[in-house]
Each structure stands twice: as C-alpha cells, then as structure tokens.
Design a binder for this molecule. Structure first.
Ligand SMILES: Nc1nc2c(ncn2[C@@H]2O[C@H](COP(=O)(O)OP(=O)(O)OP(=O)(O)O)[C@@H](O)[C@H]2O)c(=O)[nH]1
Ligand SMILES: [Mg+2]
Ligand SMILES: [Zn+2]
Length: 336
C-alpha cells in the first residue's frame, strides 16, 4: 500500500533529510479519506533524485514537500527517529511552492521573524533592527519587535517601543531577569506559532537565547549544543535547522541573519526599498514630486510626517542608509 502526505524538511544530513510528517489532523485536512500511518512522526528519508523547484532550486530546510511511502517502511514499533539504518521505503517526491526563500540563512517558508534588541548592554542599533524589518517585509515574513533587558534603561525601552509601534509592528517590552512582559509575549507568540516557523534575530548579546529558553524550555539542550559547536569553530557551514516546539510550530535555529551580512546589504533590489518601510507606505502619493525619493526633497510627505512626529527620525536614517547602499549596487542578482 502506498501513502501520500505532506512533510516539512527539518534538517539535511549527507544527502538525506529529517522530515516531520503532517500529523493526523493536518493530513486528513489535506488528503481527506486517506490514511497516513506515520502521521506526526519525524523520520530520516531520501529525496527523489531529480527533485527541484519549478525554477531549478534544490530542496531546502523549511520546505513543505509531498512525501510518498509504503508499508515496507514499517519496522517493529515504528521507525526510530535517529536510526539511519532503518530508512523507510519512501521519498520526498515534490517541493511545494514556497512562500519565501532566504539565501542567508538558507531557509524557506519562514513565517515569523522575532527581532530582538536590548534597552542597553548592548546599546540598541536601530539601523540593524530596521534592516531586519525591511528584509522581513520584502519576503512577506511577519515581523515582531522585542525590546529586552527593559530593567536596564526604561527610558530607552519606552522610546524604542514608541518608534516600532508607530512603524506599525507588534512590539513587546520585556525583561528575562525581572520577568516583566514575558507572559504577555509568550502567549502572543505561542498563539501565532501553530504550524508555523519562527526565527529569532538580533545582535549578539541582546538576550535571544535567554528569551528562547524562557519561552521554550524544551529548546535548552539544542541551543547549548549549537553554541558549543560554534565555540569549537566547527559549526561554520551555517546550516539551518528546525526544532519542533511543544505547542506546535517550529523554531529555526540558525546562526544566520548574522550582522556581518549587513555590511554588504543586498537582500532585495533598490526599487523594492520604499515598499519595505511599512509606515511610509500610507504617505506615498502625497509627496509634491511624483518621483520623490523621500531622501531630501521639498514637499516630501515622509519628511513632513517626521516633522509632525508621526515617523521616528531613526527609521528615516535607516532608510537613507539602505538607500545609499542599495543604489550603489550595479545590479541585484537573485541567487539561490
Ligand atoms: N540585564 C539583563 N541581562 C540579560 C537579560 N536577559 C539576558 N541577559 C544577559 O545577557 C547576556 C547575553 O544573553 P544571550 O541570551 O546569550 O544573548 P544572545 O542574543 O543569545 O547572544 P548571541 O548568542 O551571542 O547572539 C547574558 O549574560 C544574559 O544573562 C535581561 O533581561 N536583563
Ligand atoms: Mg545566543
Ligand atoms: Zn517623498
């Protein structure tokens, strides 16, 4: 008997893939009146040799795929998750259309990007936050801003919160040390995460791992293992990996979105920049000149909104910086 279902690619190892099969509920919604005896299991499997996306791309972590398997897959008591000797007779047979596909980190179908900064230690770098927000916006990834270590500098935290709320992003101020704001953020993120993939990004030392551990205690081991690998200098491949979360959903643990990438900022083409500024968008069309670049023109609706205190000056500074960098690039090439 042959079974068809969907799976999510969690990790690649030497040409094989760990995939998480749709659970029974998801399976019957996708393929009514059919069976998937391995529903909900994570297993190591192969991909059909010629497997490519319509535009020739290779299978990636995060991909949602079609998975076909047979009864021969079954070993006594099911397939042990980490046993490569018991490969099921089945294969990833198609890569389904992607919502988005990132190059760095190499990850597809990222749904949520949690951008973390701290009120102090390290001092918040709004340009980094804004670049991450623009990358998320360009790829259609839902962005959430977290201002951590709020107990260190309440004034800065408040100012940042105002900036990102007026930029129209869900914004949370919290402190892992004091516990303030954790519960509110925890219920918000867990509610949104069902069946989705989230990643945490932000400068080193802002408290990402501390926050992840507070939210998802089941992640503790995994995070520790990865940082040990990094400190031994062996985890340089920048492989992305997805970890299933207890309440449903996956967390992408990836050293990606490294701030190094941001020196050579080339995540989207120059022409796309204005549309990545969420709170600017409602003012486009109100500028005096049709071809306004919103950098310095007289009668620019964005500059006027900044004057009125509706848009934070730091958001415009970041816009100018991205404008300059992207404009200087001869041609944006899509790399897969
Ligand atoms: N004052 C204060 N310190 C915190 C808080 N949360 C975390 N820290 C500390 O900040 C330091 C960095 O935290 P991490 O969670 O390792 O930061 P990270 O963002 O994961 O850093 P990288 O892994 O290097 O990217 C640690 O010493 C934490 O104990 C907080 O709410 N308040
Ligand atoms: Mg960390
Ligand atoms: Zn303008």
């Amino acid at each position: 008997m042959e079974y068809k279902t969907q799976c999510r690619v969690l990790r690649g190892v030497g040409g094989l893939y760990y995939v998480s099969l749709a659970d029974s509920e998801a399976h019957s919604a996708l393929y009514p009146d059919t069976a998937s005896p391995l529903a909900g299991k994570t297993l190591l499997t192969r991909a059909r040799g010629s497997l490519r996306t319509p535009d020739g791309g290779k299978i990636k972590v995060g991909d949602i795929c079609e998975f076909i398997y047979t009864d021969n897959s079954f070993t006594e008591g099911g397939i042990p998750q980490d046993d490569s000797s018991g490969l099921p007779e089945g294969a990833v047979s198609a890569i389904l259309p992607r919502r988005n596909s990132l190059i760095r980190p190499p990850l597809s179908n990222l749904d949520i990007l949690v951008i973390v900064c701290a009120s102090a230690a390290p001092a918040p770098a709004t340009e980094t936050i804004d670049k991450l927000l623009s990358v998320a916006e360009y790829h259609g990834i839902e962005a959430i801003v977290v201002i951590g270590k709020s107990e260190l500098d309440g004034e800065v935290a408040e100012k940042l919160e105002k900036t990102y709320k007026s930029a129209l992003y869900p914004t949370f101020t919290l402190s892992c040390y004091e516990g303030d704001g954790i519960e509110e953020f925890s219920s918000y993120i867990k509610e949104r995460l069902r069946g989705k993939v989230a990643a945490f990004a932000g400068a080193s030392g802002v408290g990402k791992s501390t926050l992840i551990n507070a939210l998802f205690p089941e992640m503790k081991l995994a995070a520790g293992e990865i940082s040990r690998k990094i400190s031994r200098g062996k985890h340089t491949t920048r492989q992305a990996e997805l970890f299933p979360l207890e309440g449903g959903g996956f967390l992408a643990d990836t050293p990606g979105f490294s701030m190094i990438d941001f020196e050579n900022f080339d995540f989207f083409p120059f022409d796309a920049l204005p549309d990545t500024m969420r709170e600017f968008r409602e003012h486009y069309g109100e500028c005096k000149y049709l071809d306004c670049s919103h950098t310095k023109e007289e009668g620019c609706a964005i500059l006027d909104a900044i004057e009125r205190g509706e848009i934070a000056p730091s958001r415009h500074e970041s816009y100018l910086s991205m404008y300059k960098t992207l404009k200087a690039k001869p041609r944006w090439e899509k790399r897969q």
